[in-house]
Design a protein around this ligand. Sequence first.
Ligand code: BG6
Length: 483
Amino acid sequence: MSTFPEGFLWGGATAANQCEGGYDADGKGLGVPDIMTGGTVSEPRHVTDGVKPGVHYPSHEAVDMYTHYLDDIALFGEMGFKCYRMSINWSRVFPKGDEEKPNQAGIEFYRRVFEKCRECGIEPMVTLSHYELPYHLAKEYGGWANPKLIDFYLNYARTAMTEYKGLVKYWLTFNEINCLLMGGFGNIMGAGILPPGDDVAMTFGDTPWDVPQKRYQALHYQFLASAKCVVMAHEIDPENKVGCMIAGNVTYPHTCNPDDVILAQRKQREQNFYCGDVQVRGAYPAWAPAVWKREGVSIEVSDEDAATLAAGTVDFYSFSYYMSSTASADPKLIEGGNIFGGAGNEYLKKSDWGWAIDPKGLKYYLEEVYDRYQVPLMIVENGLGAVDVREEDGSVHDSYRVDYLREHIEQMGEAIADGVDLMGYTMWGCIDLVSASTGEMKKRYGFIYVDKDNDGAGTLARSKKDSFYWYKKVIATNGEDLS
Ligand code: BG6
């Protein structure tokens, strides 16, 4: 007997800016990703001051789901997806972000997408903000450091929830909201706070132009926007279910040295629970002021803010999970590679992009988070970015991806057997798409291969990888047959 509950939401996940393309089609405005160049595992992406002639911007065409969506969703249906997690590209429906009325062509595009999902028996789950702030809001308003964005966001969310009432009932307010705790990436992709100047590298660690006060303030405004959005979603349709979305980070102590243990505890708290507590419990944790003090920031939580946060707690907790890291009090041991940094882990293998592969960490995370919050959980991203080889007959033999997914799904089953209420699993990048951290096509996650390379060349033809057929069987047996 499968441990997975009946109605488990098996599926896949994407983000509009990484797969749609059509960056200026039918009235769409520029989004922040549209001014980001491609990079590699060792060469960072750059942010340019607007779109520059002759520069390759991977989001502009991406894998062109904007024109292939009917066939792509049909392929998801063929795999038996119960759920498709995707995002609405904010600048497709509000090209500048501060308009009152939406771009009707954008509204109709997503309506057709959701109708196709329904036709294929797929429940759409929509991320309202997945690293794709309208560029105008970043450039002219300073991104989320400006409180005016709260009302622009709510106008956009209200429009989407009203237009798609009855078609969409699962919503996520902000993708990986805790990325705002990180310098470069968090500023640019999470908060739309742009670097000064032109052609600036997007960093993951130290960021010379980072202003923590702005970043923490931006995060506070996103919390308020999210909480107001939850209340509004329930008013628009009591059937609506709204989740937070956290980048799940498991941090183990590097050794049993108490200094390592205390540091690991601090990282787990700050990276996972700082945002989780606000969005699920409705208040900052007791230790938040100590974090602000250490970071040299001051966040004022007025009585009105506190009431807003308390009223707008989410219905479920969703998260991404790719890797774990370790914490060491010895700075000499810190390694690069893992997005969350850390001191390496000799017990784990790494992906080609340096991310530590740790299926058991997923069980650990599920149980920690469920113990703390006791609300339904959903894994909305997990997968392996790898180099795939397409054979002449179009086949792709990605047994390494099947192994990765199998081992993670097994651990999900273990957590469910331990009593965790897990609603679903949407594997990341179910169709090959542009990598968020590096801007590459070469870092592929999909069950479906797309013929396109890092320089933008390729026919965009789709082909099914071996993992496509494997996942179809997993879904058909509700997680029973992982062979
Ligand atoms: C998550 C993001 O951080 O990880 C996705 O929500 C992203 O947008 C995914 O694509 C995988 O990361 P990457 O850098 O390999 O694309």
